[in-house]
Design a protein around this ligand. Structure first.
Ligand code: UD2
Length: 319
């Protein structure tokens, strides 16, 4: 048996997951990744191919995780903590495929929590989303603002948060839902129709292709760098306590899509033209996080400013 912390990362081969695994291994944990590889990639973890402290198990969390972890429990002992990131990540996809979203993002969470309850896992950190808020009237948005999700994705994330809170209050399991704002950075896939705007614009501007803004581009987002997000996850995971009360993970800075396109184009040599297309249905016009609760609960503050994060992202795409 090992004295190291045994941490499970669901979705650990994905964009945010693989950065989280990097940090956990650097910290000296034993890490089991559960991933169904629908969007996750083994190459995101290739840097750890020689490590004895990482095991990658191909498994779909919505089928349950007991069997997937049985062998590793014999080797590493009891699972101490879980980072639950595995999810269908697109709001647009969830609207067209609601049952698929329920299976992955709601049933999947309950499966992970059922394991945590029965095995006495100490703490679960969960990737929730700013999508739980829907349209908000007061900005920056605080965690106690009314939640009116406008998509199956937002509903399933909010429902999952309630499960964490329920399990913390009834069974004493520590838990921490994190409401991610717009996460960007290296390893975000630019080629899927559901990709984040920064990965799409960086990929296209690097090739001098046109950047297409939906609507007038005045809509704003709080773009938070993946290295900050993975740092927040570890701070939350190893902090004492956790009642299931959610915390925003953003920077507190608001950037318009117009500003973003101009910045990315500048960093890529200014070869792209910028055009406008019809606005997306149900587009949220302004989004920015109040960041005080994450600071109070687990001393998290985002550190990477957008210009620096964008430069790193663009450089990673240019190989
Ligand atoms: C983000 C999250 C989503 C959910 C949601 C919560 C990502 C990738 N998605 O959705 O998971 O948490 O926030 O509110 O982080 N845009 C363009 N041109 C493009 C692509 C996008 O103008 O080619 C615009 C888009 O209309 C939007 C903004 O860029 O105004 C951001 O779009 P997004 O798809 O990156 O993320 P969002 O905020 O819809």
């Amino acid at each position: 048996m090992s004295a190291k912390s045994f941490v499970v990362v669901t979705g650990g081969a994905g964009f945010i997951g693989s950065h989280t695994v990097d940090r956990l291994l650097e910290r000296g944990c034993n890490v089991a990744v559960l991933d169904n590889f629908s969007t996750g990639k083994r190459e995101n973890l290739a840097q750890w191919a020689e490590s004895d402290s990482l095991e990658v198990v191909a498994a779909d969390i919505s089928d349950g995780i007991f069997a997937a972890l049985a062998d590793l429990e014999e080797r590493w002992g009891k699972v101490e903590r879980i980072v639950h990131l595995a999810a269908q990540t697109s709001v647009v996809h969830s609207i067209e495929n609601p049952l698929n979203d329920v299976r992955n993002n709601y049933t999947g969470t309950v499966q992970v929590l059922e394991y945590a309850r029965r095995k006495g896992v100490r703490k679960v950190v969960f990737a929730s989303s700013a999508a739980v808020y829907g349209d908000v009237s007061t900005l920056p948005v605080r965690e106690d603002a009314p939640c009116n999700p406008l998509s199956p994705y937002g509903i399933d994330k909010l429902g999952s948060e309630y499960w964490l809170r329920y399990q913390s209050s009834i069974f004493g399991m520590d838990s921490q839902p994190l409401r991610f704002f717009n996460v960007y950075g290296p390893r975000q896939d630019p080629r899927s129709p559901y990709s984040g705007v920064i990965s799409i614009f960086s990929d296209r501007a690097s090739a001098g292709k046109e950047l297409r803004i939906f609507g007038d581009g005045a809509q704003t987002r709080d773009f938070v760098y993946v290295g900050d997000v993975s740092r927040a996850i570890l701070l939350a995971l190893f902090a004492e306590g956790g009642t299931g009360e959610a915390a925003n993970i953003g920077t507190g800075n608001e950037t318009s899509v117009n500003e973003l396109a101009a910045l990315i184009n500048e960093f890529c040599g200014g070869r792209s033209t910028i055009s406008h297309a019809a606005a997306r249905d149900g587009e949220i016009l302004r989004s920015v996080a109040d960041v005080n609760r994450a600071r109070e609960l687990f001393s998290f503050d985002a550190k990477i400013v957008l210009r620096d994060g964008l430069k790193t992202t663009v450089a990673s795409l240019q190989g």
